[in-house]
Design a binder for this molecule. Structure first.
Ligand SMILES: [Zn+2]
Length: 192
């Protein structure tokens, strides 16, 4: 498998960069933790997929990424519980967004479009784009679709694409199936 396949097979690269970063500390459903931020291949696939291009020479700001990740997870937990992010979270998000950019007019075959381009294409711009992807989702009001896997040993954050918003598990075959097996076992014990 290539880096990109591994990234997507795991379920990354679906909804938004902020969800991927929040899930980069992954729990496998049995209590085993994987720190994807420490894996350069994961990081490369993540940046490439979301077209974030920090200057390749600059060192990866792992601490800032991990801090943003905890903030994103906190916000996701609130959204999944039907609550809104608080003012402390909002001000931290705004802190991450505070990176200078300028407008640019681009012409192609179809016509014109405007683009927001960074003054400096560094890591703070990549971090700002990740934070902005949450901001855009909040602004669109698409919040009831943000869910956290009901398996307490997994807690994967996902965007529920179903019309009725009934998805409970990150994956029906793994976490969903595990919950069904557990329920069936409990029912057998009750009937025994
Ligand atoms: Zn799960």
């Amino acid at each position: 498998m290539t880096q990109r396949d591994i990234f997507q097979a795991k379920g990354f690269g679906n909804a938004a960069p902020w969800i991927d970063l929040a899930n980069s500390e992954e729990w496998d459903g049995f209590g085993k933790r994987t720190e994807h931020l420490a894996n350069p291949q994961w990081l490369t696939a993540f940046l490439k997929h979301w077209k974030l291009h920090p200057a390749p020479s600059s060192a990866v700001p792992r601490r800032e990424l991990a801090e943003l990740r905890s903030l994103l997870r906190r916000v996701a937990e609130k959204l999944a519980a039907g609550r809104s992010p608080g003012s402390a979270e909002l001000s931290k998000l705004n802190q991450a967004l505070k990176v200078p950019a300028r407008q640019k007019l681009v012409q192609n075959q179809i016509g014109f479009r405007t683009e927001l381009v960074p003054v400096k294409s560094d890591w703070s711009w990549a971090i700002a784009r990740i934070a902005a992807s949450l901001g855009e989702m909040l602004a669109k009001g698409d919040l009831q679709r943000i869910k956290i896997c009901a398996n307490s040993d997994c807690r994967w954050i996902f965007h529920d694409p179903t019309k009725a918003r009934i998805k409970r598990w990150c994956n029906d075959r793994t976490c969903g199936n595990r919950a069904r097996v557990r329920r069936a076992r409990a029912a057998r014990r009750r009937n025994a």
